[in-house]
Design a protein around this ligand. Sequence first.
Ligand SMILES: [Zn+2]
Length: 400
Amino acid sequence: MRKLILKAGVFCMAFTLLVFGIALADPQSIPNGPWIQDEQTVKLEALTSMEELQKKLFNIYARSKGRMEVEVAGETTLGIPIYLAKFGEADDDKIRVLIEGQIHGGEPLGAEACIEVIKQLAASGNKDIDEILEKLTIWIIPRLNPEGATYEEDDELVQRRTNEQDWTPDEWGLPEDAPPPWYQYGQYGWWDPPGYDVNRDSNPDLDFVLGPANAYLLPGNPSLPGFFVTPEGRAVRDVYKQLRPDVFIDLHHRGTNLMSEEDNSMCILQILAQVVDLGREDYPLDPAVLDFSKQINAYVYQRLNEMGNSPFTNIQRYPDVNLPGTTLGTFSLNGSAIMLYEVRTAKQKSSGMLTKQVIIGLMETFKGLADGSIFYVAPHDYDDILPAGPRIGNPHLIAE
Ligand SMILES: [Zn+2]
Protein backbone atom coordinates (compact mmCIF):
# COMPACT_ATOMS: atom_id res chain seq x y z
CA MET A 1 0.00 0.00 0.00
CA ARG A 2 1.27 3.46 -0.84
CA LYS A 3 1.32 5.17 2.51
CA LEU A 4 0.47 8.77 2.98
CA ILE A 5 0.18 9.18 6.66
CA LEU A 6 -0.28 12.80 7.52
CA LYS A 7 1.26 14.19 10.65
CA ALA A 8 0.16 17.53 11.99
CA GLY A 9 3.48 19.24 11.25
CA VAL A 10 3.51 18.35 7.58
CA PHE A 11 -0.18 18.67 7.10
CA CYS A 12 -0.16 21.81 4.95
CA MET A 13 2.49 20.49 2.63
CA ALA A 14 0.89 17.10 2.30
CA PHE A 15 -2.49 18.61 1.71
CA THR A 16 -1.16 20.91 -1.01
CA LEU A 17 0.56 18.01 -2.73
CA LEU A 18 -2.58 15.99 -2.64
CA VAL A 19 -4.86 18.67 -3.91
CA PHE A 20 -2.64 19.86 -6.71
CA GLY A 21 -0.56 16.80 -7.43
CA ILE A 22 -3.32 14.42 -8.41
CA ALA A 23 -4.57 14.16 -11.94
CA LEU A 24 -8.26 13.59 -11.68
CA ALA A 25 -10.02 11.59 -14.32
CA ASP A 26 -10.88 13.26 -17.56
CA PRO A 27 -13.33 10.74 -18.93
CA GLN A 28 -14.29 11.01 -22.56
CA SER A 29 -17.83 11.74 -23.50
CA ILE A 30 -19.38 9.00 -25.53
CA PRO A 31 -22.58 8.45 -27.45
CA ASN A 32 -24.85 5.58 -26.47
CA GLY A 33 -23.54 5.35 -22.95
CA PRO A 34 -25.16 3.38 -20.23
CA TRP A 35 -28.85 3.86 -19.93
CA ILE A 36 -29.71 5.92 -16.86
CA GLN A 37 -32.56 4.75 -14.70
CA ASP A 38 -35.47 7.13 -14.24
CA GLU A 39 -35.21 6.45 -10.58
CA GLN A 40 -31.54 7.29 -10.53
CA THR A 41 -32.23 10.89 -9.89
CA VAL A 42 -30.12 11.47 -6.89
CA LYS A 43 -29.15 15.02 -7.81
CA LEU A 44 -25.60 14.35 -8.84
CA GLU A 45 -24.26 17.84 -8.34
CA ALA A 46 -25.29 17.59 -4.67
CA LEU A 47 -22.91 14.66 -4.20
CA THR A 48 -19.38 14.98 -2.90
CA SER A 49 -16.89 15.29 -5.79
CA MET A 50 -13.40 13.81 -5.56
CA GLU A 51 -11.93 17.25 -4.83
CA GLU A 52 -14.48 17.77 -2.07
CA LEU A 53 -13.88 14.29 -0.70
CA GLN A 54 -10.18 15.07 -0.41
CA LYS A 55 -10.83 18.38 1.28
CA LYS A 56 -13.41 16.97 3.65
CA LEU A 57 -11.19 14.07 4.70
CA PHE A 58 -8.22 16.30 5.38
CA ASN A 59 -10.31 18.90 7.18
CA ILE A 60 -11.73 16.17 9.40
CA TYR A 61 -8.22 14.79 9.88
CA ALA A 62 -6.90 18.21 10.90
CA ARG A 63 -9.54 18.49 13.60
CA SER A 64 -9.35 14.88 14.75
CA LYS A 65 -6.64 15.40 17.39
CA GLY A 66 -4.84 12.26 16.34
CA ARG A 67 -7.85 9.94 16.36
CA MET A 68 -7.70 9.46 12.65
CA GLU A 69 -5.26 9.02 9.81
CA VAL A 70 -5.89 9.36 6.10
CA GLU A 71 -3.99 7.19 3.63
CA VAL A 72 -4.08 6.57 -0.08
CA ALA A 73 -4.87 2.87 -0.30
CA GLY A 74 -4.32 2.66 -4.05
CA GLU A 75 -4.75 4.41 -7.32
CA THR A 76 -7.07 3.67 -10.22
CA THR A 77 -5.86 3.07 -13.78
CA LEU A 78 -6.55 6.76 -14.48
CA GLY A 79 -4.51 7.76 -11.45
CA ILE A 80 -7.33 8.71 -9.08
CA PRO A 81 -6.52 8.07 -5.41
CA ILE A 82 -8.56 5.68 -3.30
CA TYR A 83 -8.74 7.09 0.20
CA LEU A 84 -8.74 5.17 3.44
CA ALA A 85 -9.69 6.73 6.80
CA LYS A 86 -8.23 4.83 9.75
CA PHE A 87 -9.33 4.93 13.35
CA GLY A 88 -6.70 2.85 15.13
CA GLU A 89 -4.24 0.26 13.93
CA ALA A 90 -4.73 -3.44 13.26
CA ASP A 91 -4.72 -4.57 16.87
CA ASP A 92 -5.58 -8.16 17.78
CA ASP A 93 -7.05 -7.01 21.08
CA LYS A 94 -9.67 -4.89 19.34
CA ILE A 95 -12.70 -5.74 17.21
CA ARG A 96 -11.65 -4.75 13.71
CA VAL A 97 -14.21 -3.32 11.28
CA LEU A 98 -13.75 -2.43 7.60
CA ILE A 99 -16.36 -0.40 5.71
CA GLU A 100 -16.44 -0.04 1.93
CA GLY A 101 -18.47 2.61 0.09
CA GLN A 102 -19.22 3.06 -3.62
CA ILE A 103 -17.52 0.02 -5.14
CA HIS A 104 -20.23 0.62 -7.74
CA GLY A 105 -19.65 4.17 -8.96
CA GLY A 106 -23.33 4.72 -9.77
CA GLU A 107 -24.36 4.00 -6.17
CA PRO A 108 -23.19 7.15 -4.42
CA LEU A 109 -24.94 7.38 -1.06
CA GLY A 110 -22.58 4.92 0.62
CA ALA A 111 -19.77 7.44 0.21
CA GLU A 112 -21.93 10.21 1.65
CA ALA A 113 -22.78 8.04 4.66
CA CYS A 114 -19.10 7.15 5.15
CA ILE A 115 -18.07 10.80 5.23
CA GLU A 116 -20.60 11.57 7.94
CA VAL A 117 -19.57 8.52 9.98
CA ILE A 118 -15.91 9.52 9.67
CA LYS A 119 -16.84 13.00 10.86
CA GLN A 120 -18.72 11.65 13.88
CA LEU A 121 -15.93 9.28 14.88
CA ALA A 122 -13.22 11.89 14.42
CA ALA A 123 -14.75 14.91 16.03
CA SER A 124 -16.98 13.86 18.82
CA GLY A 125 -15.77 13.82 22.38
CA ASN A 126 -18.84 12.01 23.64
CA LYS A 127 -18.46 8.90 25.72
CA ASP A 128 -20.16 6.54 23.27
CA ILE A 129 -17.57 7.43 20.64
CA ASP A 130 -14.76 7.14 23.17
CA GLU A 131 -15.94 3.67 24.11
CA ILE A 132 -16.27 2.68 20.44
CA LEU A 133 -12.72 3.75 19.64
CA GLU A 134 -11.39 2.11 22.77
CA LYS A 135 -12.81 -1.26 21.78
CA LEU A 136 -12.83 -1.08 17.98
CA THR A 137 -10.44 -0.39 15.14
CA ILE A 138 -12.48 1.08 12.28
CA TRP A 139 -11.14 1.59 8.77
CA ILE A 140 -13.33 3.18 6.11
CA ILE A 141 -12.89 3.39 2.33
CA PRO A 142 -15.60 5.90 1.42
CA ARG A 143 -15.28 5.60 -2.36
CA LEU A 144 -13.56 2.52 -3.72
CA ASN A 145 -14.48 3.20 -7.36
CA PRO A 146 -13.75 6.88 -8.07
CA GLU A 147 -13.66 6.28 -11.84
CA GLY A 148 -17.28 5.12 -11.85
CA ALA A 149 -18.14 7.88 -9.38
CA THR A 150 -16.67 10.63 -11.58
CA TYR A 151 -17.75 9.19 -14.94
CA GLU A 152 -19.04 11.88 -17.32
CA GLU A 153 -20.85 11.99 -20.64
CA ASP A 154 -21.03 15.18 -22.69
CA ASP A 155 -19.28 16.98 -19.82
CA GLU A 156 -22.01 15.97 -17.46
CA LEU A 157 -21.56 13.78 -14.43
CA VAL A 158 -23.60 10.63 -14.95
CA GLN A 159 -21.61 8.06 -12.90
CA ARG A 160 -21.63 4.38 -13.69
CA ARG A 161 -21.25 0.97 -12.13
CA THR A 162 -17.84 0.01 -13.53
CA ASN A 163 -14.38 1.54 -13.55
CA GLU A 164 -12.85 2.73 -16.86
CA GLN A 165 -10.20 0.07 -17.29
CA ASP A 166 -9.80 -2.03 -20.43
CA TRP A 167 -8.73 -5.68 -20.72
CA THR A 168 -4.94 -5.84 -21.10
CA PRO A 169 -3.90 -9.50 -21.49
CA ASP A 170 -0.23 -8.59 -22.01
CA GLU A 171 -0.18 -7.12 -18.50
CA TRP A 172 -0.73 -10.69 -17.27
CA GLY A 173 1.63 -12.36 -19.70
CA LEU A 174 -1.28 -13.71 -21.71
CA PRO A 175 -1.78 -13.87 -25.49
CA GLU A 176 -3.76 -11.18 -27.27
CA ASP A 177 -6.75 -13.49 -27.76
CA ALA A 178 -7.03 -14.57 -24.10
CA PRO A 179 -10.67 -14.14 -23.03
CA PRO A 180 -11.25 -11.28 -20.60
CA PRO A 181 -12.89 -11.92 -17.23
CA TRP A 182 -16.66 -12.18 -17.66
CA TYR A 183 -17.17 -8.97 -15.65
CA GLN A 184 -15.24 -6.83 -18.15
CA TYR A 185 -18.34 -5.10 -19.44
CA GLY A 186 -16.74 -3.52 -22.49
CA GLN A 187 -15.28 -6.68 -23.97
CA TYR A 188 -18.59 -8.47 -24.04
CA GLY A 189 -20.42 -5.58 -25.64
CA TRP A 190 -22.31 -4.70 -22.49
CA TRP A 191 -20.70 -1.37 -21.97
CA ASP A 192 -18.80 1.26 -23.88
CA PRO A 193 -16.20 2.45 -23.06
CA PRO A 194 -14.95 -0.68 -21.32
CA GLY A 195 -14.83 -1.13 -17.59
CA TYR A 196 -14.81 -3.82 -14.94
CA ASP A 197 -17.43 -4.50 -12.35
CA VAL A 198 -14.97 -4.15 -9.47
CA ASN A 199 -17.39 -6.03 -7.24
CA ARG A 200 -16.78 -9.29 -9.10
CA ASP A 201 -12.97 -9.02 -9.10
CA SER A 202 -12.19 -10.53 -5.69
CA ASN A 203 -10.82 -13.99 -5.05
CA PRO A 204 -11.00 -15.93 -1.77
CA ASP A 205 -7.35 -16.76 -2.43
CA LEU A 206 -6.11 -13.31 -1.41
CA ASP A 207 -2.73 -13.99 -3.03
CA PHE A 208 -4.18 -14.93 -6.41
CA VAL A 209 -2.27 -13.43 -9.36
CA LEU A 210 -3.53 -13.99 -12.89
CA GLY A 211 -0.92 -15.48 -15.23
CA PRO A 212 -0.29 -18.19 -17.85
CA ALA A 213 -0.51 -20.99 -15.26
CA ASN A 214 -4.08 -20.17 -14.25
CA ALA A 215 -5.36 -18.49 -17.44
CA TYR A 216 -7.51 -21.59 -18.11
CA LEU A 217 -9.85 -20.14 -15.44
CA LEU A 218 -10.81 -17.28 -17.79
CA PRO A 219 -13.40 -15.96 -18.39
CA GLY A 220 -14.92 -17.42 -15.21
CA ASN A 221 -18.54 -16.86 -14.25
CA PRO A 222 -20.58 -15.23 -11.46
CA SER A 223 -20.51 -18.28 -9.19
CA LEU A 224 -16.70 -18.40 -9.33
CA PRO A 225 -14.06 -15.99 -7.98
CA GLY A 226 -12.64 -13.01 -9.83
CA PHE A 227 -9.04 -12.43 -10.87
CA PHE A 228 -7.83 -9.30 -9.00
CA VAL A 229 -7.20 -7.54 -12.31
CA THR A 230 -8.49 -4.14 -11.11
CA PRO A 231 -6.40 -1.76 -8.99
CA GLU A 232 -9.53 -1.06 -6.96
CA GLY A 233 -10.04 -4.76 -6.18
CA ARG A 234 -6.40 -5.10 -5.20
CA ALA A 235 -6.52 -1.92 -3.08
CA VAL A 236 -9.35 -3.18 -0.88
CA ARG A 237 -7.74 -6.64 -0.79
CA ASP A 238 -4.47 -5.11 0.49
CA VAL A 239 -6.31 -3.07 3.12
CA TYR A 240 -8.14 -6.24 4.12
CA LYS A 241 -4.89 -8.18 4.50
CA GLN A 242 -3.46 -5.46 6.74
CA LEU A 243 -6.49 -5.18 8.99
CA ARG A 244 -7.90 -8.74 8.90
CA PRO A 245 -11.28 -7.36 9.97
CA ASP A 246 -13.72 -9.27 12.13
CA VAL A 247 -16.53 -7.40 10.40
CA PHE A 248 -16.80 -6.15 6.82
CA ILE A 249 -19.68 -3.90 5.71
CA ASP A 250 -20.41 -2.96 2.08
CA LEU A 251 -22.68 -0.10 0.98
CA HIS A 252 -24.80 -0.25 -2.20
CA HIS A 253 -28.04 0.90 -3.85
CA ARG A 254 -30.76 -1.01 -5.58
CA GLY A 255 -34.06 -0.20 -7.28
CA THR A 256 -37.41 -0.25 -5.58
CA ASN A 257 -39.24 -3.18 -4.09
CA LEU A 258 -42.67 -3.26 -2.49
CA MET A 259 -42.89 -4.66 0.99
CA SER A 260 -45.07 -7.59 -0.18
CA GLU A 261 -47.86 -8.59 -2.59
CA GLU A 262 -50.35 -7.22 -0.03
CA ASP A 263 -48.44 -4.21 1.27
CA ASN A 264 -47.53 -1.81 -1.51
CA SER A 265 -45.45 0.52 0.61
CA MET A 266 -41.87 0.83 -0.58
CA CYS A 267 -38.96 -1.06 0.84
CA ILE A 268 -36.32 1.49 1.86
CA LEU A 269 -33.43 -0.79 2.70
CA GLN A 270 -32.40 -4.35 1.99
CA ILE A 271 -29.72 -6.07 4.04
CA LEU A 272 -27.93 -9.39 3.70
CA ALA A 273 -25.69 -11.57 5.86
CA GLN A 274 -24.71 -14.25 3.34
CA VAL A 275 -23.53 -14.06 -0.27
CA VAL A 276 -21.99 -17.55 -0.70
CA ASP A 277 -24.03 -20.75 -0.44
CA LEU A 278 -23.41 -22.88 2.62
CA GLY A 279 -22.02 -26.30 1.90
CA ARG A 280 -19.97 -25.48 -1.19
CA GLU A 281 -17.04 -27.85 -1.30
CA ASP A 282 -14.86 -25.48 -3.32
CA TYR A 283 -15.58 -22.42 -1.16
CA PRO A 284 -16.75 -23.54 2.28
CA LEU A 285 -18.37 -20.82 4.35
CA ASP A 286 -17.76 -21.18 8.09
CA PRO A 287 -21.17 -21.53 9.82
CA ALA A 288 -19.83 -19.58 12.83
CA VAL A 289 -18.96 -16.66 10.54
CA LEU A 290 -22.45 -16.84 9.06
CA ASP A 291 -24.00 -16.78 12.54
CA PHE A 292 -22.00 -13.68 13.50
CA SER A 293 -23.06 -12.04 10.22
CA LYS A 294 -26.68 -12.82 11.02
CA GLN A 295 -26.30 -11.33 14.51
CA ILE A 296 -24.99 -8.06 13.09
CA ASN A 297 -27.70 -7.80 10.44
CA ALA A 298 -30.47 -8.69 12.88
CA TYR A 299 -29.13 -6.22 15.44
CA VAL A 300 -29.23 -3.34 12.93
CA TYR A 301 -32.67 -4.42 11.78
CA GLN A 302 -33.93 -4.36 15.36
CA ARG A 303 -32.34 -1.00 16.21
CA LEU A 304 -33.76 0.67 13.09
CA ASN A 305 -37.19 -0.83 13.70
CA GLU A 306 -37.22 0.54 17.23
CA MET A 307 -37.00 4.03 15.76
CA GLY A 308 -40.37 3.61 14.05
CA ASN A 309 -41.53 5.38 10.87
CA SER A 310 -41.36 3.64 7.53
CA PRO A 311 -37.86 4.83 6.62
CA PHE A 312 -36.55 2.70 9.41
CA THR A 313 -39.06 -0.13 9.43
CA ASN A 314 -39.53 -0.98 5.75
CA ILE A 315 -36.51 -3.25 5.65
CA GLN A 316 -36.15 -6.56 3.83
CA ARG A 317 -33.62 -9.24 3.18
CA TYR A 318 -31.82 -8.88 -0.14
CA PRO A 319 -32.44 -11.83 -2.50
CA ASP A 320 -30.16 -14.85 -2.11
CA VAL A 321 -26.99 -14.71 -4.18
CA ASN A 322 -23.95 -16.97 -4.56
CA LEU A 323 -21.06 -14.67 -5.44
CA PRO A 324 -17.61 -15.55 -4.09
CA GLY A 325 -16.04 -12.90 -6.38
CA THR A 326 -17.68 -10.01 -4.53
CA THR A 327 -15.75 -8.36 -1.72
CA LEU A 328 -18.45 -9.58 0.69
CA GLY A 329 -18.14 -13.13 -0.62
CA THR A 330 -14.35 -13.24 -0.59
CA PHE A 331 -14.01 -11.64 2.82
CA SER A 332 -16.69 -13.85 4.40
CA LEU A 333 -14.76 -16.87 3.08
CA ASN A 334 -11.69 -15.45 4.84
CA GLY A 335 -13.46 -15.37 8.19
CA SER A 336 -15.06 -11.92 8.38
CA ALA A 337 -18.68 -11.47 9.37
CA ILE A 338 -20.45 -9.39 6.71
CA MET A 339 -23.33 -7.03 6.19
CA LEU A 340 -24.67 -5.68 2.91
CA TYR A 341 -26.67 -2.44 2.77
CA GLU A 342 -28.74 -1.84 -0.38
CA VAL A 343 -30.57 1.44 -0.03
CA ARG A 344 -33.32 2.34 -2.45
CA THR A 345 -32.16 4.49 -5.34
CA ALA A 346 -34.32 7.51 -4.82
CA LYS A 347 -35.29 11.00 -5.70
CA GLN A 348 -33.19 13.75 -4.25
CA LYS A 349 -35.62 14.61 -1.51
CA SER A 350 -35.25 11.12 -0.03
CA SER A 351 -31.52 10.78 -0.29
CA GLY A 352 -30.81 12.58 3.00
CA MET A 353 -33.08 10.17 4.80
CA LEU A 354 -31.58 7.15 3.02
CA THR A 355 -28.09 8.27 3.94
CA LYS A 356 -29.15 8.87 7.53
CA GLN A 357 -30.50 5.35 7.78
CA VAL A 358 -27.09 3.93 6.82
CA ILE A 359 -25.28 6.28 9.21
CA ILE A 360 -27.53 5.18 12.07
CA GLY A 361 -27.07 1.52 11.10
CA LEU A 362 -23.28 1.84 11.10
CA MET A 363 -23.08 3.80 14.36
CA GLU A 364 -25.42 1.31 16.06
CA THR A 365 -23.22 -1.53 14.83
CA PHE A 366 -20.16 0.11 16.40
CA LYS A 367 -22.02 0.61 19.67
CA GLY A 368 -23.38 -2.95 19.68
CA LEU A 369 -19.91 -4.37 19.07
CA ALA A 370 -18.32 -2.10 21.68
CA ASP A 371 -20.81 -2.83 24.49
CA GLY A 372 -21.22 -6.46 23.45
CA SER A 373 -24.98 -6.33 22.90
CA ILE A 374 -24.69 -7.67 19.33
CA PHE A 375 -23.40 -10.94 20.74
CA TYR A 376 -26.69 -11.48 22.60
CA VAL A 377 -28.79 -11.44 19.41
CA ALA A 378 -30.07 -14.83 18.30
CA PRO A 379 -28.73 -15.54 14.80
CA HIS A 380 -32.10 -17.00 13.78
CA ASP A 381 -33.74 -13.59 14.36
CA TYR A 382 -32.21 -12.73 11.03
CA ASP A 383 -34.19 -15.44 9.27
CA ASP A 384 -37.42 -13.67 10.30
CA ILE A 385 -36.59 -10.53 8.30
CA LEU A 386 -39.02 -10.28 5.37
CA PRO A 387 -37.65 -11.53 2.05
CA ALA A 388 -37.50 -9.13 -0.91
CA GLY A 389 -40.95 -8.12 -2.14
CA PRO A 390 -42.09 -7.54 -5.76
CA ARG A 391 -39.75 -5.35 -7.74
CA ILE A 392 -41.05 -2.19 -9.36
CA GLY A 393 -39.39 0.22 -11.74
CA ASN A 394 -36.81 -0.36 -14.34
CA PRO A 395 -36.60 -3.67 -16.19
CA HIS A 396 -33.17 -2.87 -17.63
CA LEU A 397 -31.47 -2.47 -14.30
CA ILE A 398 -28.52 -4.80 -13.96
CA ALA A 399 -28.47 -6.78 -10.74
CA GLU A 400 -26.83 -4.82 -7.99
ZN1 LIG B 1 -23.95 -2.19 -6.06
